[in-house]
Structure formats: C-alpha cells, structure tokens
Write a protein that binds this ligand. Sequence first.
Ligand code: ATP
Length: 199
Amino acid sequence: MRIRRLKLSGFKSFVEPSELRIEPGLTGVVGPNGCGKSNLLEAIRWVMGEGSPKSLRGGGMDDVIFAGTATRPPRDFAEVSILIERNRTDDGGLSGESEVTRRIERGAGSAYRLDGRDVRAKDVSLLFADAATGAHSPALVSQGKVGSIIAAKPTERRLLLEEAAGISGLHARRKDAEQKLRATETNLTRLAELLSDQE
Ligand code: ATP
C-alpha cells in the first residue's frame, strides 16, 4: 500500500483546504518550528483510525479541529482524506486506488468514508491492518517514539512485530469469530433444553 495524496481541511493548523501529493521516492517535509510538520503525520494517523487524543497531543478528539487564532474564528469540523494505492497482496482483493476520509464535527464525534461510502471505524482499521500498516504502524515514527519502544514491555513489542507482519487484523477477526461461536453454543444449549422439555 502506498499513500499517494493527503487532503486536509480544518485539521489542527491546516485551516484552509490543503492538498499534498506524495510522489514515488523519498519525501521530506521541511519548515520552521511550529509550522505544522508533525500535524501532517498526525493527520495520516488520525485518518487511519487513531482513537487516542493523547497520542495526537490533544486532551479530547475535538482538539484536532482548528481552534482559531487572534484573527481567525475556530472551525466546527475537520476532515482528512488519503488516497491510497492498494497492492493485490494487501487483502487478496483487486489492486487499485481508494480514498479514505475521516470527518469530525465539534461535539458530535467522527465518521469515516471509503470511496464515498459510509463505513465503520473497524472497516478502516481492518483495511490498514491487512496491509500491515495503520495508525499504530511502526513505520510512522513520531517524536519520542524511539525512546518509548526501548522502554516498552515485551508484550508491547510483540504487538509492534504483529503489526509489521500484517497479522493484527487477524486478531480482530478471531475475536469476532469467537464471539459468534459462543453465541451459537448458547443457542444450541437453549435448543437442546427446549427439545428435552417437549419430549
Ligand atoms: P517542530 O519543528 O517544533 O516539531 P512542527 O513543524 O512539527 O514543529 P507542529 O507541532 O506540527 O509543528 O505544529 C504546531 C502548531 O500547530 C502550533 O502552532 C499549534 O498552535 C498549531 N495547532 C495545533 N493544534 C491546533 C488546533 N487545533 N488549532 C489551531 N492550531 C493548532
């Protein structure tokens, strides 16, 4: 999977609609302190499903919305889209381009779209997990991350390896399957009870 384009509107310091094309090869973002370089990386993590405001340097998720300045009023929403190029191996499906969008309205939470269709947060996180990437991908190295990996517990490091190996999506599906299995077992037990009552 490759990110081809990033679009932001009202996200942190990117108040005006902004578009960045990410060409093949190495991309560098340079600029003075506080110009928004880290905000760009956070926008990518956010649209991939980041659920922790703290890891986006905020107190609540609404803090990703442009908060206003002395000369500009705050915004009521933030929206980030990424255009991704999928490889055939990402999920066993067809290759091609897809656009993932996340939008948050102040006080009303956020919603996702995949190629214009409303989808669940879980669908988006599975899409990225199957391609061995996502909001917690070790490929997205934010400030302080290297130190935290050195200090991490073995179980936390294992999660990083599982994400890199692209198997974290399988864990989520296994949990779903186990829940369905338990519900089916309960139904079977109930059915056996009803049958024995009728005999
Ligand atoms: P450095 O080089 O120092 O790490 P940087 O280029 O990575 O800086 P960022 O940390 O991405 O800069 O951006 C910080 C700027 O974003 C600050 O000016 C901050 O006021 C602004 N900012 C963060 N959240 C919001 C928000 N919700 N609304 C408006 N501006 C915001």
